[in-house]
Design a protein around this ligand. Structure first.
Ligand code: NAD
Length: 482
């Protein structure tokens, strides 16, 4: 079995050198397919020290944007050239269909490196001519050592979303992938070395969140912490960062609402609702897991939606036709199965289609008649389980959509332009998609309100987070003392 080690200061650890190691279990075969180290305090300390040294005395932060950008483009080239291997790593680790990991996540990871390399190189800072005869101008200077903690649902893609802007702005990084998806992070660090990134610039620390992750976040030599994961862990990360005043960016959970108005193109609304609810087996922070449908089209929408859900192909992630693989781990499968059991316990929910599948799979599940106070309606299930409910008017729809502690995203489907703008403004969400879903512009702010997170990443928002902006005030006119 291949071993995916820590990569610290340009060197990958072998299994024999690690105090402890664990299996990564393929959730489709339910058998171990790889091993990785369980890092602890000492490994985290070594990784931060390497990143610190590379930042304080190494060439990376001192390079021009063009030279650094060229290295990141070389890394993007290598990511594209190794698409099969990287895709397979995520698919074995967490079960998503290879057609999604290799053909969507890997190209997007490469695109993240290209985008942030170019964005940093082309960015300009504001110049403020002052009446006093001074100019004030801004500089965006690298912040230092960045701890990037990633989840298992888009292992490579979400890691790159953090690592790419951090590196492009001249920081050095310690990346801690989730313990459920260790492989692609180590592969990424190997490719970074091949692309010519100096040792210590991109380090990978493997291990459990409570050990390796917590050790990273409390290390005072870390200057920025960017975290994507659950709201519960996000709170612990923020508390740990507060002790040494490290700014944090938190991209957390969601319970996205999908509003379908009677004037919408119903066929498009059904197609997008299927994508929003069931892509990645529903293991998406942005999942449209609450669908609110205006009463005149409620019956028709629900019937068509359930039919489309039932027609999806669930199965072997390596089979080209598979649309939904197993859930990412046994533990996660048990959590989602527990929610489904709740639906079956006669608390009012009706299962229109779906249920448990083979092994750790869950079939696309559509629930109706879910009480508004049920955990099925309120909690992030993070599986292919969606609740559909009717509404009568716009005000009621917006009220129901906003009735959640989360505020990550929402979708709305309507043919009425005025309504589209009005409802977009009224929804409490970091992103609102109108008549579409999951379309991203990497310049746009990405993040959420409330329990969905703190801060935004993307384009200039990533620059703000991964740099120390500085104001330089310079006299250019006569000396005011004259
Ligand atoms: P998680 O919070 O369990 O783990 C996320 C990461 O944090 C892992 O690397 C884990 O090892 C680490 N971790 C755990 N405890 C830690 C601690 N005490 N200190 C430091 N690090 C620690 O989340 P998960 O189950 O891996 O991911 C699923 C969650 O992520 C869902 O809630 C989902 O909505 C959210 N998510 C959010 C976004 C977003 O952009 N908003 C994107 C993807 C996933």
């Amino acid at each position: 079995m291949e071993f995916f080690g820590h990569v610290i200061d340009g060197r990958e650890s072998a299994e024999g050198e690690c105090a402890a190691a664990a299996d990564s279990v393929d959730p489709w075969t339910r058998r171990p397919w790889a091993r990785f180290p369980l890092g602890g305090e000492a490994d985290a300390g070594r990784a931060v020290a390497a990143a610190r040294r590379a930042f304080d005395t190494g060439p990376w932060p001192r390079m021009g944007f063009a030279e650094r950008g060229a290295a990141l483009h070389r890394l993007a080239d290598l990511i594209e050239a190794h698409a099969g291997e990287l895709g397979m790593a995520d698919t074995h680790d967490m079960g998503k269909p290879l057609t999604q990991s290799r053909d969507a996540d890997v190209p997007r990871a490469a695109a993240n490196f290209r985008f942030f390399a170019d964005h940093a190189r082309l960015a300009t800072a504001e110049v403020l001519p002052m009446d006093s005869g001074h100019h004030c101008y801004g500089r965006f200077e690298a912040a230092g050592v960045v701890a990037a903690i990633a989840p298992w649902n888009f292992p490579l893609m979400l890691a790159s979303w953090k690592v790419a802007p951090a590196l492009a702005w001249g920081n050095t990084v310690v990346l801690k992938p989730a313990e459920g998806s260790p492989a692609s992070a180590t592969l990424l660090a190997r490719l970074a070395l091949e692309a010519g990134l100096p040792p210590g610039v991109l380090n990978v620390l493997q291990g459990l969140g409570a050990d390796a992750g917590a050790a990273l976040t409390r290390d005072p030599r870390v200057d920025r912490i960017t975290f994507t994961g659950s709201s519960r862990t996000g709170r612990a990360v923020a508390a740990s960062a507060a002790a040494h005043l490290a700014p944090v960016s938190l991209e957390l959970g969601g319970k996205g609402a999908d509003l379908v108005f009677a004037d919408a193109d119903l066929g498009a609304a059904v197609d997008w609702a299927v994508k929003a609810a069931f892509s990645n087996a529903g293991q998406i922070c942005l999942a449209g897991s609450r669908v609110l449908v205006q009463r005149p089209v409620y019956e028709e929408f629900t019937a068509r939606f359930a039919q489309a859900a039932a027609a999806m192909t669930v199965g072997d992630p390596l089979a080209p036709k598979t649309q939904i693989g197993p859930l990412a781990s046994e533990q996660h499968f048990r959590k989602v199965a527990g929610h489904l059991a709740e639906a079956g316990r006669g608390k009012g929910a009706t299962v229109a289609t779906g249920g448990l599948g083979e092994g750790w799979s869950v079939r696309p599940t559509v629930l109706t008649d879910v009480p508004a106070d049920s955990p099925l309606w309120r909690e992030e299930i993070f599986g292919p389980v969606v609740a559909v409910a009717p509404f009568d008017d716009e005000e009621q729809a917006v009220g129901a959509a906003n009735d959640t502690p989360y505020g990550l995203n929402a979708m709305l489907f309507t043919g009425d332009l005025d309504r589209a703008h009005r409802v977009s403004a009224a929804l409490r969400a970091g992103t609102v998609w109108v008549n579409c879903f999951f379309v991203r512009d990497l310049r746009a702010p990405f993040g959420g309100a409330g329990d969905s997170g703190v801060g935004r990443e993307g384009g200039a928002f990533s620059r703000e987070f991964f740099t120390e902006p500085k104001a330089v005030v310079m006299r250019i006119g006569a000396d005011p003392r004259d």
